[in-house]
Design a binder for this molecule. Structure first.
Ligand code: GUN
Length: 295
């Protein structure tokens, strides 16, 4: 039987509807409108698309948002000055600097300049450290979305073996740190495999839940999976496709056709994890505006 499709688009819509409802109440009862600042440096086409989609989601939520588009040539100091301005702007509750940044700008310096109380991406070392410790903090949006997809799709990871393929700071490591916590909706046994892992399928075959975040098109095939597992595909890769009008198409890190013959449930690409990232960003921004995370 082919695997059940976990509909990330529908689950993301559900979350956004909840956020919108709570944002309306926040405005009504406390006169607060959540505000998010996007900072986009350079002309990277994928980053432009992401920031536009996130801005559109803000509009849908009734949030205030500003987008600062800066030239590739901006100096690190100019970027820091802009971040300091956003840190002190009372209308701005969340700050998102779209990554990657140009090579002459040090990513860590920029992330650390963001007020951790406005770090809705969950990338600041204070939030990263608090996540590891199991304390309340902003959680990175894609990993938080992976957890929500599991829970709202009826696949509680508690007691299960989750194998994460990929050790990035944005996805692999925070997915591990979220699902490992002794907390409801987590409490999993977590293994991380990565580019240094010899014989990857030894590990993937042991996964009750496989999270693929390697950035390599269709690298995980059905024969590498345990029958009946749940597959969460975080990858977004563009590959040539002569049959498509554009000549390309989007695929995940998992080979969907073969994997869906083995797995019990699987997320599609597109329409799986992607929409969840934006929904969780809206949720984090609402929490920032409510002052629910930090006083
Ligand atoms: N680049 C790729 N993913 C992300 C993300 O989640 N946040 C930011 N700021 N940049 C990214």
């Amino acid at each position: 039987m082919p695997a059940l499709i976990i509909d990330g688009k529908a689950i993301a819509e559900q979350i956004k509807a909840e956020v919108k409802r709570d944002a309306e109440r926040l405005k009504r009862e406390r006169g607060i409108v959540p505000g998010l600042a996007f900072i986009l440096v350079g002309e990277d086409p994928a980053s432009q698309v992401y920031v536009r989609s996130k801005g559109k989601a803000c509009e849908e939520m009734g949030f205030h948002s500003i987008t600062e588009r800066l030239p590739e040539t901006i100096s690190q100091q100019e970027l820091l000055t802009l971040i300091h301005r956003c840190n002190h702007d009372p209308k701005i509750h969340g700050i998102l600097v779209q990554l990657p940044l140009p090579k002459h700008i040090d990513e860590s310096t920029i992330i650390e300049a963001i007020d951790f109380k406005k770090d809705v991406d969950g990338f600041h070392p204070v939030n990263v450290g608090r996540l590891v410790l199991g304390h309340k903090c902003f959680r990175p949006c894609t990993p938080a979305g992976v957890q929500e997809l599991l829970l709202r799709g009826g696949n509680d990871p508690s007691g299960k073996h989750v194998v994460v393929v990929g050790r990035s700071n944005i996805v692999g490591k925070p997915v591990m740190n979220i699902l490992l916590q002794k907390q409801r909706g987590a409490n999993a046994v977590v293994t991380i495999a990565h580019t240094g892992t010899s014989d990857l399928s030894t590990y993937t075959k042991q996964a009750d839940i496989l999270v693929a975040a390697i950035g390599k098109a269709e690298a995980i095939r059905g024969d590498m999976l345990k029958p009946g597992c749940v597959v969460i595909d975080v990858g977004i890769n563009r590959i040539p496709d002569p049959t498509a009008k554009s000549g390309t198409r989007l695929v995940g890190d998992v080979h969907f056709a073969s994997a869906s013959n083995v797995a019990r449930a699987i997320t599609p690409v597109p329409g799986g994890v992607g929409p969840m990232t934006i929904a969780m960003l809206m949720k984090n921004t609402l929490l920032a505006a409510e002052g629910a995370m930090y006083k």
